[in-house]
Design a protein around this ligand. Structure first.
Ligand code: E4P
Length: 218
C-alpha cells in the first residue's frame, strides 16, 4: 500500500518524507487555504522539490474548459503533478481529455461506487473515496472501498483506489485489509502509525537491562 500525506504544510511533508516511506502528497483547496506564505503554484513547486512521488493539485473550476485551462500551468510545475478533479460530469469529461494526453488524474470527492466505475472508464489514475466524511453522516465509508475494490477487480480496471478523508489508524488498517492501493493520511495519523505503548515500555526495559551488563561484557 502506498502512503501519501494529506496536507499543504511543508514542515509536515518534510517530517513525513524523512521517515523514508512517503510515496506522495495530496492537497485540496481547504488544506492550501490553511497555509500562510507562498502562493499555490509556489507551494506546489516547493512540495515537488521534497517529494518525488505523485503530488495532487486540485482545480477549482466546475466546467471542463476551466478545469483544462487550470491544469495547463499546473502540469508544467513538475513531472510528478497529478491533476485533482471533482467527480462531477464536467470533471469526468476533463479527466478523459487529460488522461488521453497522458496526464495523471486523481478524481476526488467520490462517495458512491458508480462514480468510481465512471471515472475508471474515463481513465483516472486514482479515485478518492472519502471515508471519514461518509462516517460523519452515519454511512459506512469502508463499505464504499469494499464495493470499489470488487468492481475494479471484476473488470480489471487499473485506476488506483486512494482511500481519503482518513481520520484514524483504524481507517488505515481497514483500508489496507480491503486492498486500497493508496491511503492519503493527515500528519497526526502518520505519527500515530508507529506508536504503541508496549513498544515504548518494551524498549525502555531493554535499555535498562542492557545498562546493567558490565562494560567488559558488551
Ligand atoms: C483527499 O485528497 C482530501 O484532501 C482529504 O482526504 C479530505 O479529508 P477530510 O474529509 O478530512 O477533509
Amino acid at each position: 500500500m502506498k502512503i501519501f500525506i494529506d496536507t499543504g504544510n511543508l514542515e509536515e511533508i518534510k517530517k513525513a518524507a524523512n521517515l523514508g516511506v512517503l510515496d506522495g502528497v495530496t492537497t485540496n483547496p481547504s488544506l492550501i487555504a490553511r497555509e500562510k506564505g507562498a502562493d499555490f503554484h509556489t507551494r506546489l513547486r516547493e512540495i515537488c522539490r521534497i517529494v518525488k512521488g505523485p503530488v495532487s493539485a486540485e482545480v477549482v473550476s466546475t466546467d471542463m474548459a476551466g478545469m483544462l485551462q487550470e491544469a495547463e500551468p499546473l502540469v508544467k510545475i513538475a513531472e510528478n503533478i497529478t491533476i485533482k478533479l471533482p467527480t462531477i460530469p464536467e470533471g469526468v469529461k476533463a479527466c478523459r481529455q487529460l488522461a488521453a494526453r497522458g496526464v495523471k488524474v486523481n478524481m476526488t470527492l467520490c462517495f458512491q461506487p458508480l462514480q468510481a466505475l465512471i471515472v475508471a472508464k474515463a481513465g483516472a489514475t486514482y479515485v478518492s473515496p472519502f471515508l471519514g466524511r461518509l462516517d460523519d453522516i452515519g454511512q459506512d465509508g469502508m463499505e464504499l472501498i469494499r464495493q470499489i475494490r470488487t468492481i475494479y477487480n471484476n473488470y480489471g480496471f487499473k485506476t488506483q483506489i486512494l482511500a481519503a478523508s482518513i481520520r484514524s489508524p483504524l481507517h488505515l488498517v481497514a483500508a489496507a485489509m480491503i486492498g486500497a492501493d493508496v491511503a492519503t493520511v493527515p500528519f497526526e495519523v502518520i505519527e500515530k502509525m508507529l506508536k504503541h505503548p508496549l513498544t515504548d515500555s518494551g524498549l525502555k526495559k531493554f535499555l535498562e537491562d542492557w545498562a546493567k551488563i558490565p562494560a567488559e561484557k558488551k
